[in-house]
Write a protein of this length. Structure first.
Length: 396
């Protein structure tokens, strides 16, 4: 049998050959990149899919929800058999099917309650695929505190927006918020816990086509940012799909915004985790700073629930978002109990005998020690997610 002429043989291209043909492209940089994706719905699906196609090597994806049948019309990574399963887990599994070398860890939990600031500090870039202001405000604060840039995306029907934030060098998300935005956010925060749950159940109507456009551009901004190219940091790109128009907007830094002094230093504590007493963390900070006035927490927590009708109370020590709905009514009279919050621990507080886990903080969090005008972050690095190294990426 005759052999094919050598000139007719087709050479087999490597997986990323067409990407590496781009003059400035660095595939090794993407393979080593660390990305935190917050949200695994319609927009998050598109983001995660594109990260896998591009060969991004290390990803954490956080989402609190489970897959519903209505998600299938807008979420490319989900199937009918996934109904009822956690979005983060199924999105991670689908991403590995696209790119088997991706090391992706799913976190099923509420970003406000269950994701420690260590995840934000670990990431080179954070991608927001969120649908509410409160979550964006938290992500913005977390990124600003640890000095991690983030790209935000928003979609509604045929419209969308992509924005980049990297304070203190650029405007942050809070700089873009109007008085109306703050009023709506504060109104929700002032609602009872049961009313907050009702508000949170309302989804945003959108289409898979808009999610595809915005998710792709979010990831494209991350690629440019990792390669040191010009990005949308401090700017936004607005997409009007109804008229096929788009334009960019500049976001000035709000002089009254508190996220533009630069992040405080953070010390990793490999020997400390969620079960280390707060007193030990306080003592470590005191050694470093020469004293401690207070330990500030990464988020506001509920100390107790109190009934306004019969004065019945119960210590809770949880984030408001993490409290089970069945615990909110009073055990005696059935009235809705009201939360009392705390976000800081002072000297000689009885809470110092407790651990971060016992007061409601998530794993791999950061506590902020204050002494005079000095602030030091203490990362509970003993909590690092299985397979994660803050210096070397996610390990297999």
């Amino acid at each position: 049998m005759s052999q094919a002429h050598p000139d007719l043989l087709q050479l087999r291209e490597e997986r990323f050959a067409r990407l590496e043909a781009i003059e400035w492209w660095d595939q090794a940089l993407l393979r080593n990149a660390r990305i935190l994706v917050v949200g695994a719905g319609a927009l998050g699906n598109e983001v995660i899919k594109n990260l896998a196609l591009l060969g991004v090597g290390n990803v954490i994806v956080a989402d609190m929800d489970r897959i519903e049948l209505s998600n299938l019309s807008r979420s490319v990574l989900f199937r009918e058999s996934d109904e009822g399963k956690p979005k983060a887990e199924r999105a991670a599994l689908a991403a590995r099917e696209i790119y088997g070398e991706m090391k992706i860890i799913p976190l099923t939990g509420n970003i406000l309650a269950d994701v420690g600031l260590g995840c934000f500090r670990w990431a080179d870039v954070v991608i927001g695929a969120l649908d509410n202001r409160e979550a964006r405000v938290f992500v913005n604060a977390a990124c600003a505190q640890v000095g991690t840039p983030w790209v935000d995306g928003g979609i509604e029907v045929l419209h969308g927006i992509v924005r980049g934030f990297s304070p203190p060098q650029t405007a942050c998300y809070e700089c873009t918020m109007s008085r109306v935005d703050w009023d709506l956010l504060n109104k929700r925060r002032s609602c009872s816990l049961l009313a907050r749950r009702a508000i949170a159940q309302h989804g945003t109507p959108t289409t898979p086509t808009t999610a595809s456009v915005i998710g792709a551009l979010e990831v494209q901004e991350v690629v440019k940012l990792l390669h040191g190219r010009e990005t949308l940091l401090g700017r936004g790109w607005v997409f009007d799909g109804a008229n096929h128009e788009s334009y960019c907007v500049e976001y000035p830094v709000d002089p009254d915004c508190g996220w533009h002094d630069g992040p405080s230093p953070v010390e990793e504590l490999p020997e400390a985790d969620s079960d280390t007493t707060l007193q030990m963390i306080w003592d470590r900070a005191s050694q470093q700073l020469g004293g401690v006035d207070a330990l500030d927490l990464s988020r506001e927590l509920v100390h107790r629930l109190e009934c306004p009708a019969c004065a019945e109370s119960e210590d809770i020590f949880q984030s408001a978002e993490g409290i089970d709905q069945g615990r909110i009514p009073c055990n005696k009279c059935g009235k809705e109990r009201q939360p009392s919050f705390f976000h800081s621990i002072g000297e000689n507080s009885s809470l110092l005998a407790k651990t971060p886990r016992q007061i409601g903080l998530p794993a791999w969090d950061i506590l902020w020690a204050r002494y005079g005008e000095k602030t030091l972050g203490l990362e509970l690095s003993g909590d690092r997610l299985f397979g994660v190294s803050s210096k070397n990426g996610i390990q297999s």
